[in-house]
Structure formats: C-alpha cells, structure tokens
Design a protein around this ligand. Sequence first.
Ligand code: PEP
Length: 264
Amino acid sequence: MPEMILAANWKMHHTLDKARGFVRELLQQLAELRKPGEPSVVIFPAFPHLAAVAEEAEGTRIQIGAQDCYIREEGAFTGEVSPTQIADTGASCVLVGHSERRHILGDSDELVAQKLTAAIAHGLRAFLCVGETEDERASESSRSVVEAQLESALTASDEITAGNLVIAYEPVWAIGTGRHATVADAEEMTAVIRAKLIQRLGAQSGQEIPILYGGSVKPGLLAGYLASGLIQGALVGGASLKASSFASLYGEMKTAAQGAGSGQ
Ligand code: PEP
C-alpha cells in the first residue's frame, strides 16, 4: 500500500509570522505529528519562508517542500532557486509542474521533466502535478494529456523510485475554483496514472508511488476520494491556509489510513 500523504500548497500566501504561526497552531491541534505514523504531512510554503517553517517543524512528522525549482545547481540564473539551495533550507520535497507554473508561468512538459530530473538527482522528493484543462476534458482528451505529461517526465530521469516521487492529479479547472472532480472521475484518472507508472517504472515502484488528488478539496470532501484506497491523499491549496481546516482534513486522512491498515 503506498504511503498516504496530506500536502499543503500555500502558493504566494502568508507572511513569515503567519507561516510560523500555522505550524505552531497545527502542532497544538495535532500533537501526534510529533510522533512517527501515517498519514505523512508536507507543507509547501513560499521560498522566503522555507527555512523558518522547516525550523518550526524540526523533530516532527511535518516535511517541508518548495513550490518549484530550477534545473541547474548554480550559476547566473537571476531569480531562480536550485534544488541544492532548497535542500539547504531543511526542505526535502519540491512541487514540479503545478498547473499555475504550466499555464500562467509557461513551464512546458520538457522544462517540467528537467526540473523533476534535477530535483531527484539532488535528493529531493518530487511531487509531479499533472492534469487537464477544461477544454481538454470537454474534448475527451484528459487521458492523452495526462499520459503525455507523465511520459515526458518519467522518461527524463532514470533515478525514480517509490521513495522520491509522488504524483498529484490536479484537473486545472478544479484548482482554486470551488469545483472539484467527482470521485469516479478522479479514480478513473488515477487508474490511468497508475497504469502509466507501472508501464514506465515496473510493477514494484509503479504500485508504490503515492497518487494524490488536488482541486478544491475542503473538509468533508476528502474522505470520499480516499474511500476505495485508489487515491492516497490530497494536495490542498485554499483549504490548507488555516490550521483548523488543515487539521480537519488530517482527521479525514487518518480515518482513511486506519481503515486501509485494518483491511477495510
Ligand atoms: C493546488 O494549489 O494545488 C490546489 C489544489 O488548490 P485548491 O485546493 O485551492 O484548489
């Protein structure tokens, strides 16, 4: 059974004080995050807050990740941040190919693949985001779009293992819109992703890489996505900004993880 993961994408939100305060409040509400166990929790703050949030989370089960990375280790690339610099802050994960990077900031499949390769080569766990736009869904090309995004990223690195890759299926039309994929649609796309992972990486890694759903997840909705065990968690934007709402989502994840552990 792949690891279960609840991840918070804070995008360009929070001040430094709020970012630190969130972690303290979350740890007050969920003292169990100070001990090992599942589900795993990953927070993706803005670059300037990585080190401070990593410091607040030190010694707990909360892992920290950056929202993007550059493809080179160092050099004259003004404004960019390398995987090594990210790791230096205490972060261990990085998002690559988030839809806002692909559709607002112009990251191509090729650049996403290079970012994934660089991240993994420098010891970061890559959270690769894939998903179709509304027009692509309407023209029934969701499957081919997501397969192409995966194909490009998965063939770029020969160092991928179940421990250094997580896939987030995030339909673009559902991100930050209050609209979410039905459980059946999310599961159908998860099956497409799982088949591609197995085809490209072999049965062992392919079966163990966690697949998350993302797109307007909020408390009360998550349990439905996790019920069948096909989806191993969520990447959450808006509903991850308040510690209380993120703690509720964690509660739903934990119930699902306990059900999976008891074979229900
Ligand atoms: C995201 O940023 O990856 C996301 C899924 O955002 P939201 O939950 O706000 O739709």
